[in-house]
Structures are given as structure tokens and as C-alpha cells.
Write a protein that binds this ligand. Structure first.
Ligand code: SF4
Length: 280
């Protein structure tokens, strides 16, 4: 494809994204999200741009999820928190948008959430990823089997769904992971996550994923977002998903997808049919 043809094709995808948002059935619409996130992250006058990128990501995810609601039946119900007793990892933009919501709630001294969070987080801090994954310890944001911060919950949680409660119980009680996931949820999560990684990479930011509780504890410290934006390695003591050997499989495919998005979003040549294996 010539440069002019590529430019025209990209223009079409960006218009499509502008009209209807991202759709996993039309993967190149993701170029629109990558460009929006890059614009937010590049705005150096905005001291809250990391968290703003996270908030925008969730908006796009939720719009997309609404469009596909009901496409595949799920067993998930409010008050069923088995999947909230394992390792959850989170990227920096997501941590800061979550920290914002937590700080808002901490303004109310009568709310016991602050003490509950600190106690639960201290109980999981310093565990290895494997211990966190298999220890059946509740997420510090879980309260009465429901997420206390449903709206700013991480992308990992947003995209996680099961079609079988018995399989979830098997995982919770016996560490046997045969949980079937709806394909549409997996596609939405992988694509949007890849879009975030592409935008962070294009703007020179850290793409690492950190253990949720400890990362949130760090992000709640004074001026955390400003320090992170200034290049301070504030999350370095937090367990990172990249260290998990079980994640090696699939990382290469994911990196390929990220590279396609980085190139395609700005009109560079991409391999033929790069979405193969990612569409539901
Ligand atoms: S953030 Fe919310 S949804 Fe995610 S594991 Fe914690 S309690 Fe569950």
C-alpha cells in the first residue's frame, strides 16, 4: 500500500472511531483511542495527565462494553467476589485515577474505609506474585463481597468475567483454573490494554503493571503523580507483572499487537491481517 493509500485508510478508521468509538469487531478503530491517549499524555501542562489518560481509557472501555452487553451470557453477579481474592495488576494511569477516587473518599473521616484499606493492604504487601495469586487474600478494595470502587476499578477487573460459577468456586477452593471467559470480554480487554501500552510507549512512559494494593498505597502518598511524571521511580518496590514467568507465554503476541497499534495509528506500514488471533 502506498503512503497516500495508507493515509486515506487511516483517515477512514479515525472517522469511524469518532462516530462510533472502538469496536473489537473493527480492530483498526483502536488507532483512534491510541491517538487520543497520546494527546492526553503529551499535554505537559496538565499535571494530572496520567490519571486523565486512565479515566479516558475507562470511558472508552465502558462505552464499548455497553455496546456488546448481552452478546455472551455471564455468571457474574453483584456480591460474588471470588475473583477478587487473587493477584490484580494495574498500570500507572489506572493507579492514579483510582487513587483520585480513594482520596476523595478519605475526605470523610467518619468513613471506616481508610483504616480497612490500610489494614488489608498491609496484609498483602511484600508477597510474591505467586503468593498473591494463590493466597486467597481479599483485594483491599473489596467490601462485603463487592468492589468499593467499581467505577475506577482496573481494566483487569473490568474485562474479567466468567460463564461458570462452579468453575470460579473450583479456582477459589482448589486452585484449579478452568474458568471459561466470554470471548468478547477477552477481546475488549486485550485490545484496549494494547492501545494503552501503545500510547504509553509512544510517549516514553513506563508500561509496567504493578500489584494493585501496594501500588495504590504508593500512589496515595503526597504528590505521587507529579513525582511519577517527573521521572521518579516511585513504584520500584512494588511487585511487577513482568516478573511473573507464567505471563511469558502470550507476551510476544501482545507486543506484536502493540507495535501494530504504534505504527498504524500514525500511518506507518503494518503487516497484512495483523489482527488474526485477536478477534472474537
Ligand atoms: S479492584 Fe474491585 S473488582 Fe478489582 S479485585 Fe479489587 S475489589 Fe475486585
Amino acid at each position: 500500500m502506498s503512503r497516500d493509500q495508507r493515509r486515506l485508510t487511516l483517515k477512514g478508521y479515525l472517522k469511524e472511531y469518532e462516530r462510533g468509538g472502538f469496536s473489537p469487531d473493527r480492530p483498526p478503530t483502536l488507532f483512534g483511542l491510541v491517538r487520543e491517549l497520546v494527546d492526553i499524555l503529551e499535554d505537559s501542562k496538565n499535571p494530572k495527565r496520567m490519571g486523565d489518560a486512565g479515566a479516558h481509557l475507562y470511558k472508552v472501555y465502558d462505552t464499548c462494553a455497553k455496546k456488546y452487553a448481552g452478546r455472551e451470557a455471564v455468571a457474574c453477579k453483584k456480591g460474588c467476589g471470588y475473583c477478587c481474592h487473587t493477584l490484580v495488576t494495574i498500570t500507572a494511569p489506572e493507579i492514579f485515577v483510582l487513587a483520585r477516587a480513594v482520596q476523595e473518599r478519605w475526605k470523610h473521616p467518619e468513613d471506616s474505609f481508610k483504616a480497612d484499606f490500610e489494614k488489608a493492604e498491609a496484609g498483602t504487601r511484600g508477597l510474591t506474585l505467586l503468593q498473591r495469586q494463590t493466597g486467597r487474600l481479599a483485594c483491599p478494595l473489596l467490601s462485603e463481597s463487592s468492589c468499593s470502587f467499581y467505577m475506577p476499578r482496573p481494566l483487569t477487573c473490568r474485562g474479567y468475567a466468567s460463564t461458570s460459577l462452579p468453575a470460579c468456586l473450583d479456582l477459589y477452593n482448589h486452585a484449579v483454573n478452568n474458568v471459561p471467559h466470554p470471548l468478547i470480554n477477552q477481546a475488549m480487554r486485550s485490545f484496549i490494554f494494547a492501545g494503552l501500552h501503545a500510547a504509553l510507549g509512544l510517549t516514553g512512559f513506563d508500561t509496567r503493571e504493578f500489584e494493585l494494593g501496594h501500588a495504590l498505597h504508593v500512589a496515595l502518598q503526597p504528590r505521587a503523580e507529579a513525582r511519577w511524571l517527573a521521572g521518579e521511580a516511585i513504584f520500584d518496590g512494588v511487585a511487577q507483572a513482568e516478573q511473573a514467568p507464567e505471563r511469558a507465554q502470550g507476551r510476544q503476541d501482545f507486543q506484536f499487537l502493540v507495535q501494530v497499534l504504534k505504527d498504524g495509528a500514525y500511518g506507518k506500514d503494518v503487516p497484512a491481517n495483523p489482527w488474526f488471533g485477536w478477534t472474537s
